[in-house]
Design a protein around this ligand. Structure first.
Ligand code: MSP
Length: 624
């Protein structure tokens, strides 16, 4: 079916409410959906949440909740934010949905049968935050290339997908579909990655429970990406007998939106999965850059996330949508700032667009012109403006087709400022008294331009553009962009956009405070930490856990400190060694004796380790 448009967003990890970065991915998909709707296509817009895997299991544990209960708690926040921002999705999929789970299991069984999935053993370094296998062998100090966080060693029996068998087919596909990935430069990166050689991909985990059970082998759950990527087909009925025609109607996707951090999954693994299932590949992937704050990726874990709800309350959903679409260069990283947002709203929206509308309707109504009809013929200036609109529209369409939304928006801002110049140059306030016919033509041309702009901006600002059209009696109909034949019925309306003083401090803090576990620096400095040298160390009779230490803190004296570390250290191992201690803890009695501090240790599944300075320092040195 040619006249359909199937667009998807990545599915978001349900570990927190959405932030502005999550909104950005979703907004780009929504703009594409609305643009295609406006052009008469039937649209299916899919979004949802990614709810399985180690990351979720660990986050739920940290929150003291069961995984399902934990993920459930964020769904409302996602749906509310999407609603507030007029994100018109057709379906919200959750990877815990029964239909999805069933379909993924069928998909695995199918691939097991045809030999694309086989059993083996995985050993290597794994990045839990990115849910990625980083190096296929044990190595010390491996950092994830994506997020720079430390990887953990995993050694387990696992199922593998024969990714290596698809290397040549993928390269062939990239060659024949140079516009598979927007922007094209990203496809070059992907191609080099595939050319450097593909190893088979581990697609099951046996050391966690929170995932889709592997069919026929309950020891395993599906690796979260094998589960998650399939949402794009299970949502529209893949492997569901009753929904075959629905699936065939929508697949392949026309546009799949994703951030640059997850390109490899979407441009390599996903197409290979589809090839193995004999399914066509998506037409285009749109890979967008990150929204940054002070040059750092905005993210919940970095604590610099902007809350879209606070932004909407302060500036309005359409204004934020328009700012993000116009000012964030889709394909690159872009800096977000409140100052930039205020400047954009004040200049582009309030001054150039809102004022133009206001001046036009006020002047016309004051001159008793309520119904504006097309003139018999357009003047030279008006014709020139129309030619500029036609050029703008052509460029706009091209950019929209390539999902280069910010470039498309730039065309609109250029044209809007041209309409302002036209309006000024015609001096309609003089014509209102001297030349009624010419006056009416200028108002008609300005209203037609505004109607064209409102249609083109509608996918980005659906509410505000409907308001604009209502004030001139215009219509939402993409054909009217080119056809200037409408009759306008003007009526006074409210100011469309507010202006902001860019220097003024925001009323409310928009960069969210990470709510959990924050302490202030004042809290921190209350804890006195110092390096001490353990001069004596002995076991405590009748205690399984305790060692008793005499610790030298230089000028601060020698203190007796107990530590629950007997299982991990022998007294002779500690004698003469340094450690880090809290020295202003209220003394307390342990086995009848006073402990005058506490030794710091790092605890993990592998045991316990003493914290030591990287170089020998004088006993008693303070930590800051
Ligand atoms: N669950 C996976 C995706 C699975 S899709 C089959 C995931 N989830 S995520 O919640 O971490 O990220 C979802 C999307 O949000 C990604 O496209 C990511 O790039 C985007 N963003 C997250 N932070 C962002 C910014 N600061 N800026 C722009 N987009 C960012 O990855």
């Amino acid at each position: 079916m040619k006249n359909k448009f199937y667009v998807t967003t990545p599915i978001y990890y349900a570990t927190a409410a959405p932030h502005l970065g999550s909104l950005y991915s979703t907004l780009l998909a929504d703009v594409a959906a609305k643009w295609n709707m406006l052009n008469g296509k039937e649209v299916f817009f899919l979004t949802g949440t990614d709810e399985h895997g180690q990351k979720i299991e660990a986050a739920a544990k940290a929150a003291g909740k069961k995984p399902k209960e934990f993920v459930d708690s964020f769904i409302g926040a996602y749906k509310n934010v999407w609603h507030d921002y007029q994100i018109d999705y057709t379906k919200f999929i959750r990877t815990t949905d029964k239909e999805h789970v069933k379909a993924v299991q069928k998909w695995i069984s199918q691939l097991l049968e045809n030999g694309d999935i086989y059993k083996g053993k995985y050993e290597g370094m794994y990045c839990t935050p990115c849910e990625t296998f980083v190096v296929d062998k044990k190595e010390e100090d491996v950092e994830c290339p994506e997020c720079n966080r430390a990887c953990v060693f995993v050694s387990e029996e696992a199922y593998f997908f024969k990714l290596s068998a698809y290397q040549d087919k993928l390269l062939e596909f990239y060659k024949n579909h140079p516009d598979f990935v927007y922007p094209k430069a990203r496809l070059n990166e992907v191609t080099s990655f595939v050319e450097s050689g593909l190893k088979d991909l581990c697609i099951s985990r046996s050391t966690l429970k929170w995932g889709i059970p592997f069919p026929g082998d309950e020891q395993h759950v599906a690796y979260v990406w094998a589960d998650a990527l399939n949402n794009y087909i299970t949502a529209i009925g893949y492997l569901d007998k009753g929904k075959q025609s629905e699936f065939e109607k929508w697949w392949p996707a026309d546009l799949q939106v994703l951030g640059k951090d997850i390109v490899r999954f979407h441009a390599v693994y996903w197409p290979a999965f589809l090839m193995a299932s004999n399914l066509p590949l998506p037409n285009h992937l749109l890979v967008h850059g990150w929204i940054k704050i002070n040059e750092q990726k905005m993210s919940k874990s970095l604590g610099n996330a902007v809350d879209p709800v606070v932004l909407k309350d302060q500036f309005g959903a359409d204004e934020v949508r328009c700012y993000l679409t116009s000012q964030m260069a889709v394909t690159q990283d872009s800096e977000f700032s409140i100052k930039g947002l205020k400047e954009f709203i004040s200049k582009n929206l309030a001054n150039d667009l809102g004022n133009l509308l206001n001046r036009t309707t006020t002047l016309a109504l004051r001159s008793k012109l309520e119904a504006v009809e097309p003139p018999k013929e357009l003047s030279k200036d008006s014709k020139e403006l129309k030619v500029e609109l036609d050029n703008c529209y052509n460029a706009f369409k091209n950019y929209m087709e390539q999902a280069s939304f910010h470039m498309a928006m730039a065309e609109i801002w250029k044209f809007t400022s041209r309409v302002n110049s036209y309006f000024h140059a015609q001096e309609p306030w003089k014509l209102a008294k001297s030349d009624k016919e010419k006056f009416e033509e200028v108002i008609f041309v300005t209203c037609s331009s505004l109607q064209s702009i409102a249609n083109l901006l509608w996918p980005v600002m659906p509410t505000k553009m409907a308001d604009l059209l209502a004030q001139i009696g215009g219509r939402l109909n993409i054909e009217l962009v080119e056809r200037w034949l409408s009759i306008f019925k003007l009526k006074a309306g409210e100011t469309l956009f507010n202006k902001y003083d860019a220097e003024e401090e925001p009323k409310e803090e928009v960069v969210e405070e990470k709510k959990e576990n924050y302490i202030t620096i004042d809290d921190f400095v209350k804890v006195e930490l110092a390096v001490g040298t353990i001069v004596e160390c002995e076991e405590v009779p009748k205690s399984d856990k305790l060692l008793k230490m005499q610790v030298d803190f230089g000028a601060k004296g020698i203190r007796q400190i107990f530590g629950g570390i007997k299982k991990f250290y022998k007294p002779e191992d500690l004698k003469g060694k340094q450690g880090v201690f809290v020295i202003n803890l209220k003394p307390r009695k342990m086995m009848g004796m006073e402990s005058q501090g506490m030794m710091l240790t790092a605890e993990s599944e592998d045991g316990l380790a003493r914290i030591i300075p990287s170089e020998l320092v004088p006993a008693g040195s303070n930590l800051k």
